[in-house]
Write a protein that binds this ligand. Structure first.
Ligand SMILES: Cc1ncc(COP(=O)(O)O)c(C=O)c1O
Length: 359
């Protein structure tokens, strides 16, 4: 049950539940963002972000929603008029392609059916036969459908068939919930908002950037100001972000990164996998069909199911009456599907309690 009266526990695909210990940190008296203690905190956060992404390259954060990094990725890393190739099978990948167009770049989408992962062979074929993109954009975990992309394989295809192209990854609902090896898989930029698997409120976006990407950014003109990587990364790593950050949230992020180190990243991924498996086992036992038919592509952090003849609204209302909040489907899928977000600091035991209220 909730640790606060009248508050339903969030099993949404983000924002997810924030526990009392983290909320308490955000309620402490405010400190100045240029105070020595806070400068050291920002430096420490940037250092602790490196192992979270499994990178020795650059890691930093900004006070903004993750969509700002989707845009910054394009403004920093793709020349004006350059081609962005979007591996697209859901709402967030579609949003990214639109953003590219709004930024004056040329988006091209390599489509997969919603609910299916991108096919590495289709990417090989595209890269062999079409013009080479400046960047390939991959939504690691498509939150609207609950598909986890075979990121390692897709990145390897890009490196082999379009070695100049940067590999840019939306890790918004995968970072800290599913395996992501930034350096080993050859990723150039990955980012995530704090409201998902980091189990904090929305407001910060953490990101990692390869040295190659940093060099590419330096060649692109009109990168803007706040999210100009060439300026923002060194400033933030030095503890002095350009503009005033959300101080309470940064303090809570530092605490949460320490807690994640204590849990162990591999153990955290394993806990998310166990929650995914428990959710699908529950659904199977009630003849509820998964939206993602390929079991290997089912997200570790958000599970999506067909309504399977049930009234999704009623299910959500039953959960709500028992103190839990679930999602009733994204966009056009509203009412036809429902999603359970099992991310952040949730446990299998608490998830089981939520699932038991649905039917
Ligand atoms: C995969 C993915 N990308 C991007 C976003 C956008 O994040 P924000 O709302 O923080 O801008 C979301 C939000 O749910 C998401 O799930």
């Amino acid at each position: 049950m909730a640790d606060h009266p009248d508050h339903p526990v969030l099993f949404l695909p983000g924002p997810t539940e924030v526990d009392a210990e983290l909320r308490q940190i955000m309620a402490t008296p405010l400190v100045g963002h240029r105070s020595a203690g806070f400068v050291a905190c920002v430096q420490d956060v940037c250092k602790r972000l490196q192992p979270l992404f499994a990178t020795r390259a650059h890691a930093a954060f900004e006070t903004c929603p993750a969509t700002a990094l989707m845009e910054a990725a394009i403004r920093n890393l793709v020349p004006h008029g350059g081609l962005t190739l979007h591996l697209s099978g859901g709402a967030f990948a579609e949003r990214w392609a639109k953003i590219s167009g709004y930024c004056g770049r040329q988006p091209e989408s390599l489509l997969s059916t919603w609910g299916s992962p991108s096919d590495p062979d289709a990417l090989v074929a595209r890269l062999k036969h079409g013009p080479h993109p400046a960047a390939v954009m991959i939504t690691h975990n498509e939150t609207s459908t609950g598909v986890l992309q075979p990121l390692q394989q897709l990145a390897a295809v890009v490196h082999e068939h379009a070695p100049q192209a940067l590999v840019i990854v939306d890790a918004v609902t995968s970072l800290a919930g599913a395996e992501l090896q930034f350096d080993a898989w050859g990723i150039d930029l990955a980012f995530a908002g704090t409201q998902k698997c980091l189990a904090l409120p929305p407001g910060l976006t953490v990101y990692a950037l390869s040295e190659r990407a940093m060099q590419e950014a330096a060649k692109v003109t009109d990168r803007g100001f706040l999210l100009d990587f060439v300026r923002a990364v060194p400033d933030t790593v030095a503890g002095k972000p350009l503009a005033t950050p959300c101080v309470p949230l940064v303090l809570a992020l530092q605490h949460q990164l320490r807690r994640i180190e204590q849990e162990g990243l591999a153990a955290r991924w394993q806990r998310h996998r166990a929650m995914r498996d428990a959710t699908h086992a529950f659904a199977a036992s009630h003849q509820i069909a998964p939206y993602v038919s390929n079991a290997a592509a089912r997200s570790m952090t958000v599970s999506c199911f067909h309504a399977s003849g049930r009234d999704v609204k009623q299910m959500a209302e039953r959960a709500s009456a028992a103190g839990y909040k679930i999602d009733q489907g994204y966009g056009d899928l509203k009412g036809k599907t429902f999603r359970i977000g099992h991310m952040g600091d949730h446990t299998v035991a608490r998830l089981q309690q939520c699932l038991a209220t649905l039917l």
